[in-house]
Design a protein around this ligand. Sequence first.
Ligand code: FE2
Ligand code: FE2
Length: 349
Amino acid sequence: MTPVTTPSPSRRAEGPSGTAEGPGPEEEQALQARFDAAVAAEERIEPRDWMPDAYRATLVRQIAQHAHSEIIGMQPEANWITRAPSLRRKAILMAKVQDEAGHGLYLYGAAETLGVSRQELLDKLHEGRQKYSSIFNYPTLTWADVGAIGWLVDGAAITNQVPLCRCSYGPYARAMVRICKEESFHQRQGYELLLALTRGTDAQRAMAQDAVDRWWWPSLMMFGPPDDESAHSARSMEWKIKRHSNDELRQRFVDICVPQAEALGLSLPDPDLRWNEERGHWDFGAIDWEEFRQVLKGNGPCNEQRLARRRAAHENGAWVREAAAAHAAKHAAGGPRRSATAPAARSRA
Ligand SMILES: [Fe+2]
Ligand SMILES: [Fe+2]
């Protein structure tokens, strides 16, 4: 990794000959060449560097979708906080759900460095104009779903996100480093929860198996459409936003999960799952892409509920945002006048 912490002046858009309208065609060609060279040399592109409009737009779309997924993704598990079976489980789950809120905030922050506002992105989410991961439109029916989500959904997220730590856009790459550390804890807590259930009673083992049966296929869909149908993949790989194709990452995930399922004593709901000696990978069955398309279109089991709750949470939180803005404005205007009263308060203490 070659982090570039300060933007190289030669790659900035506002060069000495730059005008208010931006660079001319020749200068733009030179900027494009410098951008391409920086990406090829594994340097980071930073917010003040010149970048092609399409690169910026791709990043905004991807980071926004990622941020929305973190925030909407709090809901399926938050559903079980009040019903966690022990204080320990409740503390772990609360920490995990709070982490997801934090991930959303880092990512909205990263998107803001590209010149969009958080408000604009949230408006698009609430109006259904920007998407979030299809996985968060499935219901959490039992306590074992919390384990299956941690093991499979956070597990798939890590597989997807570890390569993003080397993404060419600096703020996104740096946000991912921290997020991946936390995702690793999420995956482990899910695995450990399922392990406790599979070592428990017959009813607990059956509950764990049922949850894995329901979450397995939607987890495989998290990697997105097959490579030959993935509209944005090739260009994202050229720009080094993405490092591996959807199908490569999906295969990596299956290869990781099969031995883990065995260790848990759970089966994966795929009769076509078998080791392929020649490929050195696990073969797996066909994914129901029609289900994926339907869920993305808004027809999943929980789409409406998830968006309605998100909108309500945003409206209910308006007073917090207003109070924070008023507090910031007060500080900007010289801060609260404490100097006269503070010593008196201290002497009384
Ligand atoms: Fe997350
Ligand atoms: Fe997570």
